[in-house]
Design a protein around this ligand. Structure first.
Ligand code: ADP
Ligand code: MG
Length: 266
């Protein structure tokens, strides 16, 4: 088996009285594409937010490429120190439903920003400034070309369609060369005619063997692009397996109901 890139063991998360994640365990291997499906409120976003440390877990273990980010001590969840977490965060990129681009920056600047901030931390930044800047700009251009936005690099988010903005967000997430890309419903804020262009980019990343976790309502996409599909409901993983098996031949009653409802609405 290939290397485990992300490992979550016995994750628990509560908001007040509400148990949102109840003992979830999940491993994602190098090159694997995992799709998470399930009804609204089932805990999909919370799972992704815990995996990417936007949300603190109440229990369980989290590690990236074998390096522990969080673990349990005396029944509590403790995290690695700030410096270690900063390094660990470089392992993943994130793409949200609402793009979250900086409105005051062009597409190119949005993609360059994180790399520029990182470059500034280098001890020889001042001496190397021009060269580093040129390298970062070239990389941003390459990424924006890859997502089909070669002609739009100098436009601001408000001058771009939702589908184009989301493709900028994907290029931005790729800028620091993460090992894992996480998507939270990347197309659900888009008009149907713009969904395809974003899914196409994600599909091409899967063809390049990018490791990805994709929360999505696009069942046909999950079936065709993911290696594994996970169905969540009520804060637990109800069922998981090879994408085609889960989508076309679900075993658990709850999965059957969810997919049947979904088919009716198509
Ligand atoms: P999904 O992404 O599957 O729709 P979420 O992970 O967003 O589900 O939410 C799971 C549950 O946790 C929901 O009941 C939601 O209302 C609740 N929840 C999510 N975030 C918060 C929060 N920050 N504070 C309180 N409750 C939350
Ligand atoms: Mg969600």
């Amino acid at each position: 088996m290939s290397q485990i890139y992300l490992e979550m063991n016995h994750i628990k998360k509560t908001f007040g009285e509400l148990e949102v994640l109840k003992d979830i365990s999940l491993s994602v291997h190098k090159g694997e594409v995992v799709s998470v499906i399930g009804p609204s409120g089932s805990g999909k976003s919370t799972l992704l937010r815990c995996a990417t440390m936007l949300e603190k877990m109440d229990g369980g273990e989290l590690s990236f490429l074998g390096e522990k980010a969080a673990w349990e001590e005396n029944g509590k969840c403790v995290y690695a120190n700030k410096k270690q977490l900063k390094e660990i965060r470089k392992n993943f990129g994130l793409v949200f439903q609402n793009f979250n681009l900086f409105p005051q920056y062009t597409a190119r600047q949005n993609v360059m920003l994180a790399s520029e901030l990182l470059a500034k931390e280098q001890p020889d930044y001042k001496a190397q400034k021009k060269l580093l800047h040129a390298q970062i700009a070239a990389r941003a251009e390459e990424l924006l070309t890859q997502v089909g936005l070669k002609e739009k690099m100098d436009l601001y988010p408000h001058q771009l369609s939702g589908g184009q903005q989301q493709r900028v967000a994907i290029a931005r997430a790729l800028a620091l060369q993460p090992d894992i890309l996480c998507f939270d419903e990347p197309t659900s804020a888009l008009d149907p005619e713009l969904t395809g262009e974003v899914l196409k980019v994600i599909r091409s990343l899967s063809e390049q063997h990018m490791t990805m976790i994709i929360v999505t309502h696009e069942m046909a996409f999950a079936r065709d692009v993911a290696n594994r599909v996970i169905f969540m409901d009520g804060g637990v993983i109800v069922e998981q397996g090879p994408a085609r098996d889960v989508i076309e031949n679900p075993q658990a009653e709850r999965t059957k109901q969810f997919l049947a409802r979904y088919r009716e609405s198509q």
